[in-house]
Ligand binder design. Sequence first.
Ligand code: TRP
Length: 364
Amino acid sequence: MVSKINKPRIFSGVQPSGNLHIGNYLGAIIQFVALQDEYDCVFCVVDLHAITVPQDPDSLRKRIIEVARFFLAAGIDPAKSIIFQQSDVSAHAELSWILNTVARMSDLNKMTQFKDKAGISEDDSKFLERMKVKIFDSPPGATIPKAAKNFYEKASNVSVGLFDYPVLMAADILLYDTEVVPVGDDQLQHVELTRDLAKRFNHQFGEVFKIPEVKILKSGARIMALDDPTKKMSKSAESENSRIELLDSPEKAAKKIMRATTDSDSIVKLDYKNKPGISNLLTIHSLLSGKDIKELENEFAGKGYGDFKKAVAEEVKIFLTAFQAKYNKIDDNDVRRILEDGAKRAEPIAKKTLQKVKERIGIN
Ligand code: TRP
């Protein structure tokens, strides 16, 4: 193994929840592969994050292995990068608890992900922000606006874990002296919180944490749902037709592309605003085929959507066939061994940071 002493460290995580799809692949996993030589990479299957919403134990067990296997099939090389399961390294939960004493309710209240997951609308929370409604301490009998009521009802059913999700994420990142965190733009807010918590801790107890930078992953991070191209492709959306899953049969996937929602004119052109469906298909084609968008626009000038969709479907088929051939060759027992080995390599790094933290706060 090459010495990695001088390479900056990267940390990123993928949740073993829902059905990993081509958006996860293009938007994250394949970009991780490209970072392996330049950086000292740690990739984590974040199972403790996954359980912030209900999971079926058997599916969760299966998915943990599946995500690691996706990493390997995509080309993440365990000889270069550490791949491990979050709950195997107990320092994540421990540091998370300590950071809970540094984070404030108001930091977490600003986060949007738990509100999305709890079904709290953006309108309601924006309204509340404007009104600065303090719903948690309104006097009894006070008239509470409807938005505040909606918020309060939904927010009271959010698990403490879901609310606290970003603090665990901060622990993940800070344990490894991470310099760069590659994530989709939806995670930017969490990395900013991580930086704030690190600075606050350092300020209070002396320099311990390195302040990480965020690296927003390229456009693949915004692969949209096939049936509603105004929404991001999602692991958990009800309709299977909204996403191409990595283990979909190539034929099934091709059918989903043919069925994808488009607009009613017939010009193949990148225009996210007016032609979100076609723009999404162009992006998928371009990322899979390596052709740039301009080239594709020219290639399909004057041809209808049918021909274009067939071409996208073909690229998807080629990709899935090749990807699944690699995936199927990997043995689950090897995956387990790689995760075990990964945890053994991750643990001493994480423990060292945790030890320093404990010393600083006086609990070592
Ligand atoms: N929250 C991230 C997501 O859903 C996953 C994640 C957990 C993560 N811990 C992390 C990403 C640390 C980067 C670094 O995409």
